[in-house]
Design a protein around this ligand. Sequence first.
Ligand code: PLP
Length: 452
Amino acid sequence: MTTSEVAATWDADRIRAADKAYVIHSWSNQGAVNATPIAGGEGAWFWDHEGNRYLDFQSQLVNMNLGHQHPRIVEAIRAKAAEMCYIGPNYAEQSRAQLAELMAEVTPGDLRMSFFTTGGAAANENAIRLARHVTGRQKVVARYRSYHGATAGAIALTGDPRRWHAEPGPTGVVRMFDPYTYRCPAGHPDPCPVCTGAPHLEEILQYENPNTVAAVILETVTGTNGILPPPPGYLRSIREVCDRYGIVLIFDEVMAGFGRTGEWFACDHWGVTPDILITAKGLNSGYVPLGAMTVDERISDWLMNNKFWGGLTYAGHPLACASGVASIEAMREERIIENAREMGARLNAGLHRLAERHPSIGEVRGLGLFQGLELVRDRATREPLVPFNPVGEAGAPMQAVVAAAKKRGLYLSANNNVVRLTPPLVIGAEDIDLALDILDDVLVHADAAGVS
Ligand code: PLP
């Protein structure tokens, strides 16, 4: 039998049983895993073996910016596989060279050279190491409401509770607060030292000694930990502080990049360019694992005379790079960024209409198709619908919303008390409206948990 004939003998029950027995799932107690076998997908939709269809309002892990089975990316992988599946990173290869050239074109400012990795965490690891080598310094400032990946260095940078289980980790990470205007840790006076950026960072640098700080890393728009766009002026003021002290500024746009916010990169909204830009996910919609570290002119020039102490067997994998090239070409030719902007505006307007009807909606926020609903028990006190890092029953009201949506065919995700709305950027108006209708119905579960 051929490989595909064998695959055809695997029905849903056999897949489910083997998955349960042999696959270790991410961030889960394996006994509690009950993963649905999935049969296929197209555009903003995917379906299981029983024929249940799901509107993918999560783009899986917020990576499938061009949706499921985009024909152009599938064809590029097929063509590259027929030509050459793999060649080591020490050779020059067409798709790798082309993707690097395209990265220099679509990324902002003077970002120029790219190192390709297998995902976001590996790209962040390399960025931190490179920043340390370039500056000769050790410390890195990162924020609490962040996720930077699951490898040793990236999880140490991460603020969210997944870090706890990797501790004690590498030393040298210094933490700063996030510009979370709805729940500002500084009480949000006017002007707010945290939400304007520079005063809070300056204070931390004085305590730490700025001459020991190699890098500041942040998600331009925080993703996993709450969909938090920065206030206007925030990124620029962080940029200015970094410039003043010779600190490398790293923007982690693994989630926010490649059209998600309605611009190529979220930092384009504010015209601020980092020294190092980290991307993955939407770079090729995850069809083959891929991430990138793209560095500016100054660091590119530095690399011409200094060794880059980083490497991966799969750095610049041809199948991944070919899919990245096809993805950028499709984004350019198919009005993907414009669609993200238009559909994002439609979604945001619909969410604001829902907020008029549902007292559990504390705040609607986001850019493009990177939207979040912060759910509360009481709008006046802003008491969150579930506590931070809820355990067991404490998280039930949020789980009720997500489960009810799934039952209606809307695949959503939530973290703490924020529902994330991040569909593929190819989505159409009809599907946005369908999701809003379903949300209107399922938010009653959140309303019911609130003050009467
Ligand atoms: N950075 C951000 C902002 C992310 O959202 C993620 C993953 O969700 C990562 C880094 C890690 O990327 P990966 O899982 O590809 O290693």
